[in-house]
Write a protein that binds this ligand. Structure first.
Ligand SMILES: Nc1ncnc2c1ncn2[C@@H]1O[C@H](COP(=O)(O)OP(=O)(O)OP(=O)(O)O)[C@@H](O)[C@H]1O
Ligand SMILES: [Mg+2]
Length: 310
């Protein structure tokens, strides 16, 4: 069936609600995703990320709402939708005692028209590990095998549910690169994460999810500009004299022990910073370290909810 899509949206979620008994896990959320975007659902444990993803993947029923994937209503076209998407579940299972090649090939054989397995292995930089048993791979390599399996049917949209949770920084970077590569190949990626740096690094669009509701949406930059509260000059290990002098000139600074925190206004941030530094310089006051702490998506989350993200 050909469906015209005038909006370039490959995913359209409208007024989605999911109840488990009386508990509302996803509460009236709507969003659209454009072709070729990396879209991040950012939220803490229990926010409703997996529930939403599994509904989109036709693995769970929705309670209220409409979801269109590639123009197809998922409730009426489940089989067709499933053919066009790839899925990396939060806890994915493969065969521990099969090699990388054998695992990917096993899943590839489920689809009559599938991507060449060696091409996938190369794309995920797994060539060297092709003959290694899955059980002997590091965490990051295992996740890359999971992503390769999600791609066996050459999907237009790939769902990755927390692809880097529990990985060390190097392994996370490797998985991030693999996800960027999906974008350069024209795939649309729906990613869930509770790592704000991951959403910031990867996503074109971020939706912040909290208790089943979307509490903010936009590009990472938009979110930081709109909800971040600006950058902060941190002056560390200051003498009592330094603290007294600074507070006289910048009365709304915060003192935390021997540290001084100065919120930099968006317009005159540089001016404010040089004012603080010149006081220290002029009076030869002791401060051991200065740096500017940039706002992150973590601050956005904290400002919006009063909670930490993870
Ligand atoms: N089958 C279920 N029955 C009842 N409650 C459920 C069920 N699945 C999930 N929930 C609840 O729904 C809420 C959302 O869960 P979900 O797994 O979607 O969160 P999440 O954002 O993916 O969290 P995490 O980051 O921990 O994976 C949680 O409170 C969870 O306990
Ligand atoms: Mg989850």
């Amino acid at each position: 069936m050909m469906v015209k899509n005038m909006t370039n949206n490959v995913i359209e979620v409208t007024s989605l609600m999911k109840k488990y008994g009386d508990f509302i896990a996803v509460n009236d959320i709507s969003f659209n995703i454009k072709k070729g975007e990396i879209f991040a659902f950012l939220g803490p444990n229990g926010a409703g990320k997996t529930t939403t993803v599994e509904i989109m993947e036709c693995l769970k029923n929705l309670t209220i709402g409409t979801i269109k994937i590639l123009g197809l209503d998922i409730r009426k076209n489940e089989m067709e939708v499933k053919k066009k998407i790839g899925v990396l579940p939060q806890d994915f299972n493969v065969f521990e005692w099969l090699t990388v090649f054998e695992n990917i090939d096993y899943f590839a054989q489920m689809y009559p028209a599938h991507v060449d397995v060696d091409t996938l292995i190369e794309m995920l930089s797994l060539t060297e590990k092709k003959g290694t048993l899955f059980k002997d791979l590091s965490g990051g390599l295992k996740q890359r095998v999971g992503i390769a399996i999600a791609l066996v049917n050459d999907p237009e949209i790939v769902f990755l549910d927390e692809p880097t949770t529990g990985l060390d920084p190097k392994a996370r970077r490797d998985v991030w690169n693999a996800i960027k590569e999906l974008k350069t190949r024209g795939k649309t990626v729906f990613l869930t994460t509770h790592y704000m740096d991951e959403a910031h690094f990867l996503a074109d669009q971020v939706n912040v999810l909290h208790n089943g509701r979307i509490i903010a949406e936009g590009t990472p930059e938009d979110l930081i500009n709109n909800h971040g509260g600006g950058n902060t000059l941190i002056m560390r290990k200051c003498s009592a004299n330094a603290k007294n002098e600074i507070i006289k000139v910048i009365p709304d600074c915060e003192i935390e022990g021997d540290d001084i925190l100065i919120k930099l206004p968006e317009e005159d941030g540089m001016k404010c910073m040089s004012k603080a530094l010149s006081i220290v310089n002029r009076n030869e006051l002791a401060c051991e370290e200065f740096y500017v702490k940039k706002t992150t998506l973590e601050d956005v989350f904290l400002n919006l909810t009063g909670d930490k993200l993870s």
